[in-house]
Write a protein that binds this ligand. Structure first.
Ligand code: OFO
Length: 163
């Protein structure tokens, strides 16, 4: 069954959200590289790649269901950021917003009795649980360690290990 026009439009909007997420995390990576925190920057670059892969997962799905992808402009991300902990709080806030948009998509799929979209979106719902958990863990560690140079160096090493 071909994707409904309303579901196609909603997924196209979500593709834009995913690409913006990628751009936002690349902006944070650039900030961390400017601050010589290459481990933090690495973590953000890996996250940016993940967001691009989310966009591509939706992209592939739209074509699998006989629809088409239409791109919208990607908003400019911020260029100025505060401390590492503030940045991770910003990441978590952003992900909570994405969770709300994925939930709305799921509600639309339920309303339209579109079971294939529901299955796809369940993957994204699980992914959001994982992302919120990871961001919260990093915020908690940053809160525990404080922001002395030694603490930041320790955290920078840990974040550099992200695969
Ligand atoms: Fe950060 O998660 Fe995409 O969807």
């Amino acid at each position: 069954m071909t994707l409904s026009k309303s579901m196609q439009d909603a997924i196209n909007t979500q593709i834009n959200e995913e690409l913006y997420s990628s751009y936002l995390y690349l902006a944070m990576a650039a900030h961390f590289d400017t601050e010589n925190l290459s481990g933090f920057a690495h973590w953000m670059k890996v996250q940016a790649e993940e967001e691009r892969s989310h966009a591509m997962k939706f992209y592939g799905y739209v074509y699998d269901r006989g629809g088409s992808v239409v791109y919208k402009g990607i908003a400019q991300p911020p260029a100025k950021f505060k401390s590492p902990i503030d940045i991770f709080k910003q990441v978590l806030e952003h992900e909570l917003k994405i969770t709300r948009s994925i939930t709305k998509l799921y509600e639309l799929a339920v309303k339209e009795k579109d079971y294939a979209s529901q299955i796809l979106l369940q993957w994204f719902i699980n992914e959001q649980v994982e992302e919120e958990k990871n961001d919260t863990e990093i915020i908690n560690q940053l809160e525990m360690l404080g922001d002395s140079p030694v603490s930041l160096m320790m955290m920078d090493r840990r974040l550099a290990e992200r695969k």
